[in-house]
Design a binder for this molecule. Structure first.
Ligand code: OGA
Ligand code: NI
Length: 380
């Protein structure tokens, strides 16, 4: 009997059973075992499943969204004011944009996707060496979000790498595939530099740029930019194997990202959806571009002017999918608070000060759902 056939529910007291131990091995294993049904543990409540509403047959691809396009090279030249305007519009109305002309060679992106794929192809025992429940570990391999806590599992396996400062973390990264450290380090450095330039532009788009600031105003923006130089960075490679019943489950349930910005690279398989105008819409993959989204910290810092947006990933029966996300914020020791320049008599402070400790405490007591962490930081 194949192990897939003995899957039943976890014992009612939540204790580990042979079945739950099997599920902890992740969805790559389930997919490789040739499962014909998804185990109960992966079945989302009907209201959370991918839409079953029949799309309008006369409107092709009616749920695709064209994200605002931000020309990175344009930010660095005479068109900067125009690009800043587009950036501010994208941050206010979409929370997402597509970054083009970013200057990172195609080969750096391709190698990162490729080495991630080869990591997930390693024998399970090798990947399993990096399984840990310690969310602050320099390397973490796992499945779903947090198998010991998730009531429903999602259909993804992941590899998380802490990246900054690189010399502290690199020696902990997996030594195989042999090129993983080198490729991921280059990728981390290149995406980090994009992030820094983007953050500087975003501060400026909020009217907080250091260039136009009065001398005595400079401190807050300069402090922020210095903070970002030392800021936290985590790379997450997500692997979504083929799924026998993609309509019943999700690759990642709706969530907003922690941090200021996320740079997402996806392969050519559709799956990422964002919430836009109260609808789930699909972001079509465009080769050699990044999908950038705003995280909760930027919503807090901008005092709600810019919003972090809910997004999720669907899976499919025909093709496996890979994405690599780079998550950026201030150093873990910093406190994030609404910018003093965006709080005044007409705009009251909307969010409490928050730090990584608050987030960990929040995580330790419940499952992370939707924008619940951010909601918990709102001032009533
Ligand atoms: C994430 C995420 C979406 C995707 O890792 O936070 O939202 O398409 N991923 O993989
Ligand atoms: Ni995300």
């Amino acid at each position: 009997m194949s192990p897939a056939m003995v899957i039943t529910r976890e014992s009612s007291d939540g204790a580990e059973t042979p079945e739950s131990r099997y599920l902890y091995k992740g969805v790559k294993q389930l997919s490789d075992d040739g499962l014909h049904r998804v185990p109960d543990k992966y079945i989302f409540p009907a209201s959370d499943r991918p839409s079953t509403i029949v799309e309008d047959q006369n409107v092709p691809d009616s749920n695709l969204i064209q994200l605002p396009i931000i020309d990175f090279a344009g930010l660095l030249g005479p068109n900067r004011p125009r690009v800043l305007h587009s950036l501010s519009h994208a941050c206010e109305h979409y929370g997402f944009f597509q970054l083009v002309n970013h200057g990172i060679p195609e080969d750096v992106l391709r190698s990162m996707m490729d080495v991630s794929k080869r990591f997930f192809d390693l024998p399970y025992e090798e990947r399993a060496r990096y399984m840990t429940t310690d969310v602050q570990a320099p390397v973490r391999y796992g499945t779903s979000y947090s198998p010991t806590r998730d009531t429903v599992f999602c259909w993804r396996d992941f590899l998380k790498l802490l990246c900054h400062p690189l010399p502290d973390f690199l020696p902990h990264w997996p030594p195989s595939p042999v090129d993983l450290r080198k490729v991921a380090a280059t990728y981390a450095e290149r995406t980090r530099s994009l992030f820094l330039t983007l953050m500087e532009a975003i501060l400026e788009s909020l009217g907080l740029g250091i260039l136009g600031a009065e001398k005595q105003d400079e401190t807050e923006e300069e402090d922020m930019l210095k903070g970002f130089q030392d800021g936290s960075q985590m790379i997450v490679a997500n692997y979504y194997p083929t799924c026998p019943e993609p309509d019943l489950t999700l690759g990642i349930p709706p969530h907003s990202d922690y941090g200021f910005l996320t740079l997402l690279l996806q392969d050519d398989v559709e799956g990422l959806q964002i919430q836009h105008q109260a609808q789930w819409v699909t972001v079509r993959p465009v080769p050699n571009t990044f999908v950038v989204n705003l995280g909760d910290h930027l919503e807090i810092f901008s005092n709600g002017k810019y919003k972090s947006v809910l997004h999720r990933a669907l899976v499919n029966a025909a093709k496996s999918r890979i994405s690599v996300v780079s998550l950026h914020s201030l150093p873990f020791s910093y406190t994030v608070r609404p910018s003093s320049k965006l709080v005044n008599e007409t705009n009251r402070k909307l969010y409490k000060d928050t730090n990584f400790g608050d987030f960990l405490e929040y995580l330790s007591t419940r499952e992370l759902k939707r924008k619940d962490f951010l909601e918990s930081r709102k001032l009533s």
